[in-house]
Structure formats: C-alpha cells, structure tokens
Design a protein around this ligand. Structure first.
Ligand SMILES: *Cc1c(COP(=O)(O)O)cnc(C)c1O
Length: 379
C-alpha cells in the first residue's frame, strides 16, 4: 500500500537542495563550527530519516529532535550519530533513553531531581538555560542558583551539554539585537562559572543565531560553536521579511491535481456556506487537496495555486479533502493537470512564506502542517 502513488496530494523533496543548504550555511560559520541539524516534526515535513541519511553522507555527527519517538524512529532507521531531544521527557522513560543512547534535555531543576531518581550514568543530559525566553531551562537571571544546580546535578547525572535558545535572533530591530546580545552575555557568564566541569557541548544558536550572531558567540563563548540548524536547512528564512541569500533553495514543492472542471453560471455559488458567488460565467477546477492535508482553511477565497504556469485563485471554502479554484483565464485545464501549492510552475512561484502571510502564520507552521496523508517523493 505504501508504494501506491495516489497522485492526489504529494510533496517532492529534493535532497540535493537540503545538502546544498547545509553546505551554504556551513560556509557562513567560523572555522571549526559544527552544525546540529534539527529534524523535529519529521524534519519540518521533509522526512526525518531521508534528511538524516543525506546529511550523514556529509559527515554530520549530531542531530536534534523534539521527543523520544522521533529519536527512536531515527535509531530504528539505522542512524547511529548523536541524537539530542530538545524537549521534556518524563523520567520514567530513562531506560529508553539508555537503550537507544539518546541525549536528553533537562528543562528545570524539578526535572533534574526526578531524572536523578532513575540515575543512570549511561544517559547523557544537556541542561537548558533560560536567558530570556521563559519557556524551559534554569533561569539565568540567578546565576548563583544556576551554578549551584548544575554543580549539584553533575554529581548525580552525566551532564554533557548546556544550551540556551534565542527568541528574537531573527529580528533586525535595534532593541531585539540588544536583547539577543544580553542573552549571549548571560549564557557566557554561566558557561564561565562552570568551566571546570568540562561540559562538552555548549550551544545556543538556531538558524537565525548562526546567521547573524555567529561571530559574537564565537568571540564570547570560548568553545567550539554549535548551531542547531532548522528552517534554513530546508531553504527558508527564519524571518520572512529578511530573505536568505539566494544560494539557499527551498527543498520542498507541494502538488496536487485537477480532478474535474466545470462551468458555473453567473449567480451560481461554489462550496460550503455558499461563500463564493460567480459574478459572471466561470470555469471552476476542483483539486484533490484540503485542510486534512494541512492546506489551511484560511486560504478559502484568498489563496491561489499555479496551474500550467498561471495563477488560479481559490474560490469558496477549502474542504477537508478538496479545494476549488477559478481557472476561467487558463487555457485547456483538464482532469489530471498538476496544480502547484508551493513551488515553481513556469515563471511563477509560490513559497511557504506566501502561504503563511495569507494565513497569518509563519513558514515553519506551513511546512510542519503538511499532514501525513500527503505522500512524500524524493528526488
Ligand atoms: C526548533 C529549534 C531549533 C531550530 O530553529 P530554527 O529557527 O528552525 O533554526 C533550534 N533550537 C531549538 C531548541 C529548537 O526547538
């Protein structure tokens, strides 16, 4: 069944572009930096195992995921490199962390306490440090406490890393730049206080941090620079108003097909709720994609797709499995024609950024939202 290509709604992932983006990103980093590709959410919809395998071939030694199931999926596929879980795992799963040799983030002192009850020196941990995001980690506003907690638990647990996370590293606003530098400063102060513990892996950058702060970080934190590279590995910018250099290429295109075309008369309605009324005779094409595929219902009467090198506007509401578009001005549209939801068709392009602007979200959510039902094809 899995090998049955439905030609319904599918994405085409160009792994050469993932490779290209990895190499282009590496070139922007100081010498001796290391990239930790972030493969959470099935590699932002691109397929974690396939992406991991292509990156293995480039010598990547370390991956990050969001949870234990994602980590085990990689292990079961034969990925033997280091894997770090960036989010919470309950302590009762310590045995699994050990069995699969997965590195776990500690999200709080309370978490550390619980984990140390299951103490198992086979499992390595990275302490998360909160330098201003107020999501996970020890609060770096109280460096004494941070230091004490790390020292205490480094006797009970195998602490192999420390990391923090930036919340506005993608922004070019002056106060955001000041904020990020403050985050770097707090992290650096903590790293210095615990230098004697010889914690191996010290990391703070996401895509944006590596793009805009690599030198500040390398200068301040006198350790090898690690970047947890997510969105830009997939060819997209962490900030939609600041494009990446054009050497980066989006690795994914999302397609569907026309299943039927009909003519509606002036005054006819299209779709649930009768939200679209034809002002004149129109040609309507139906596509085999809907919100259950992750094609946002907020694109109803707003978004567009590409068919035969032309734009076709979405008319009426997006349904669970189907979408209707106006193809009046596109010649010869017929059953089986390909409609591009994101990607290039002729001279036209729709990016995940375009969709996210129309649906009031970010490119990350568009990618991660493409559902499991959408088939993945690798080129
Ligand atoms: C998702 C995530 C990243 C990757 O962020 P990008 O902006 O996609 O590069 C890095 N670090 C942590 C902790 C994350 O959760």
């Amino acid at each position: 069944m899995n090998s049955l290509f439905l030609k319904r709604s599918w994405i085409e992932v160009d792994l050469e572009k993932v490779k290209n983006n990895y190499i282009e990103y590496s070139k922007t980093l100081p010498y001796n930096s290391e990239i930790i590709p972030v493969l959470k959410a099935d590699a932002y919809g691109h397929g974690a195992v396939q992406v991991a395998k292509i990156l293995q071939s480039l010598g990547v030694r370390f991956f990050a995921v969001s949870n234990l199931c994602e980590a085990i999926e990689l292990r079961d596929a034969g990925i033997t490199e280091e894997i770090l879980i960036l989010g919470y795992t309950p302590a009762y799963l310590t045995e699994k962390l050990s069995e699969y040799n997965i590195i776990q983030t500690i999200v709080s002192e309370e978490h550390a306490k619980e984990l140390s009850k299951y103490s198992n020196f086979n499992v390595r941990y990275h302490f998360a440090i909160d330098t201003g995001m107020n999501r996970i980690g020890l609060n770096a506003n109280d460096l004494d406490n941070c230091e004490n907690v790390i020292r205490k638990f480094s006797k009970l647990l195998n602490i192999d890393g420390l990391f923090t996370h930036f919340c506005v590293a993608d922004s070019s606003e002056q106060d955001d730049i000041i904020f990020t530098n403050l985050q770097i400063k707090k992290f650096k102060d903590l790293v210095e206080r615990v230098k004697d513990l010889d914690i191996n892996v010290i990391h703070c950058s996401n895509s944006a941090g590596g793009l805009y702060y690599a030198n500040d970080i390398a200068k301040n934190i006198n350790k090898k620079l690690f970047v947890r590279l997510g969105i830009s590995l997939y060819g997209l910018s962490p900030n939609q108003s600041v494009p990446l250099p054009n050497t980066f290429k989006p690795a994914l295109t999302w397609k569907t097909i026309v299943t039927t075309v009909r003519t509606v008369k002036k005054g006819d309605f299209v779709g649930y709720g009768r939200t679209y009324i034809a002002e004149s005779e129109r040609k309507i094409a139906t596509l085999s994609v809907g919100y259950a595929d992750g094609y946002s219902r907020s694109l109803s009467n707003t978004g567009f797709v590409l068919i035969n090198g032309h734009r076709a506007k979405i008319v009426g509401r997006i349904c669970m499995d189907q979408t209707t578009v106006d193809v009046t001005d596109i010649p010869n549209v017929k059953m089986g024609d390909i409609a591009t939801l994101t990607g290039q068709d002729g001279n036209l392009n729709i990016s995940a950024d375009d969709i996210s602007k129309l649906t009031n979200t970010i490119n990350y959510e568009v990618l991660c939202g493409i559902s499991k039902r959408v088939q993945r094809i690798y080129t």
